[in-house]
Each structure stands twice: as structure tokens, then as C-alpha cells.
Ligand binder design. Structure first.
Ligand code: ATP
Length: 242
């Protein structure tokens, strides 16, 4: 791994990923500057989850390069990528329903050596999300969908991300709850964490993103400032509806 200073949280160049014969990503290139929220929009099966899985070291790149904060992580292991400051909140939250909220948060710190740091970060999560603090001894499975999503984000924060990657945080949630989740993401960004936000809900994502990309069949087909994309007729027709 070579290191340099770029001001880029994430730089993906010409990424190709295959599942057997399925060519899931086709020379995909995107970047996230430090301090940005960047949305990756697209329909089911477009390649959004694969992009995050590839950055996280879960799905290997056939070709191309992935850099996180100037470090080449193309072939890095998942824990090395977390160590580089890149933390992934997976699709479907994947919280542990039999563990308490507090235990779920503690799991976010499993790679953090200093327990005091973990405890301090959990307290910060409780300050940010008082509803989790009130329910800290309850089992994760007793939370509503929106609260489970907040717990999944909180757990990621305990890992100390410099880049937070969120996979469809709005999935299955009512509009009011989606707005609360997006507000949380925006506040996390304002306190200094860069964000890559994967969403099918283009409307919600474009409201908080600085820039966005549209991915179709594994290829980037549109990109630009979020405000411009929100006004682009191709985005309106395909992703925003009437
Ligand atoms: N484990 C897998 N094995 C085979 N093909 C896969 C696998 N995972 C994804 N694919 C295929 O790769 C392509 C990209 O899928 P991906 O899940 O990245 O899309 P997505 O944009 O995240 O959609 P979704 O919102 O449904 O997750 C699709 O054609 C999908 O069928």
C-alpha cells in the first residue's frame, strides 16, 4: 500500500467486477472528496451494492484501482480498509436482534484496541441519538425499522469512520423516518465525516448530497452537482417521477 495526500476520501478508477460471467461493474470511476456527501443512485441491480462491497474488500476487483485517503486499498483485506477509516453500513442494517442496543454498539468497536475510546464513542452516539440511549438495555430486534437503521449507523460511528458508506439507509422506511435518517447523515457529515450514500430513493439522497452519480448496468451514465442532477430531465424521468 502506497500513501500520498490527495484530499480525496475515495478514488475509484476503472473498476471492473465480475460475479462469474456477470459483468457487474464496467470501468466504474467515481470519487468522494474529503468533506463531501456523494450519492450513488440507480435502480435494482445497477451495481451500487457491488461498488460498496468492492471498496470494503468483500468482492474482488478484476481490474481498476481503489484508493482511500491516498492509500491504494484495491487488494486490501476488509479489516485493513476499516483501519484506513472506511466503514460500511450494509443494506438491510444487519443488526443483531438478540443482542442489546449497547452490545450492538460495542461490536462496532471490535477493531478498536483502546476500550476507553470505544466507550467514549458509544457515549457520543447516545448523545447524538438519545432514543438509543433510552433503550440501551433492550434487544436490537425490539426497535422499529428506523431505529434499527439509526443503530446500524451508530455502530459504524463507533469504528471511527473518516468515510462512511451507507447502503440504502432509507429502504422500507416511511418518508418522515427517511427524513430523520438523512438529517442524521447530514449532521455526521457536518462534523467532518465524508459520506458515500447509495440510494434508490434519489429524491431523499439528492436533498443532502453535494454531488451524485447515476449507475446503470454497472456503468456511470450521469454525474454532477446534486442540484444540477435534481433538475436534469433524465434524472427526473427515470428516478424522481412526476
Ligand atoms: N452474489 C452475486 N452473484 C451473482 N451476481 C450478483 C451477485 N450480487 C450481485 N449480482 C449481480 O450484479 C449486478 C449488480 O448487483 P448489485 O447488487 O450491485 O446492484 P444494486 O444496484 O446494489 O441493486 P440492489 O439495490 O438490488 O442491491 C446485478 O446484475 C446482480 O444481479
Amino acid at each position: 500500500m502506497t500513501e500520498s495526500s490527495t484530499g480525496r476520501a475515495l478514488q475509484i478508477d476503472g473498476l471492473d467486477v465480475y460475479y462469474g460471467r456477470v459483468h457487474a461493474l464496467r470501468e466504474l470511476s467515481i470519487h468522494v472528496d474529503e468533506g463531501e456527501i456523494v450519492a450513488l443512485l440507480g435502480n435494482n441491480g445497477a451495481g451500487k451494492t457491488t461498488t460498496l462491497a468492492s471498496v470494503s474488500g468483500v468482492v474482488p476487483a478484476r481490474s481498476g484501482r481503489i484508493q482511500a485517503f491516498g492509500t491504494d486499498v484495491t487488494t486490501a483485506k476488509p479489516w485493513e480498509i476499516v483501519g484506513a477509516g472506511v466503514v460500511h453500513v450494509p443494506e438491510g442494517r444487519r443488526i443483531f436482534s438478540r443482542l442489546t442496543i449497547h452490545e450492538n454498539l460495542q461490536l462496532g468497536g471490535y477493531l478498536v484496541k483502546d476500550e476507553k475510546v470505544v466507550d467514549q464513542r458509544i457515549e457520543e452516539v447516545y448523545e447524538r441519538l438519545p432514543r438509543l440511549a433510552e433503550r440501551r438495555t433492550q434487544q436490537g430486534g425490539t426497535l422499529s425499522g428506523g431505529e434499527q437503521q439509526m443503530l446500524a449507523v451508530g455502530r459504524a460511528l463507533v469504528a471511527g469512520p473518516r468515510l462512511l458508506m451507507l447502503d440504502e439507509p432509507s429502504m422500507g422506511l416511511a418518508p418522515l423516518i427517511v427524513a430523520q435518517i438523512m438529517d442524521l447523515v447530514q449532521r455526521i457529515n457536518e462534523s467532518g465525516t465524508s459520506v458515500l450514500l447509495v440510494e434508490q430513493n434519489a429524491r431523499a439522497a439528492l436533498r443532502i448530497a453535494h454531488r451524485a452519480y447515476v449507475v446503470e448496468n454497472g456503468e456511470i451514465t450521469l454525474e454532477g452537482p446534486a442540484k444540477e442532477l435534481a433538475a436534469d430531465s433524465r434524472v427526473i424521468d427515470a428516478y424522481l417521477g412526476a
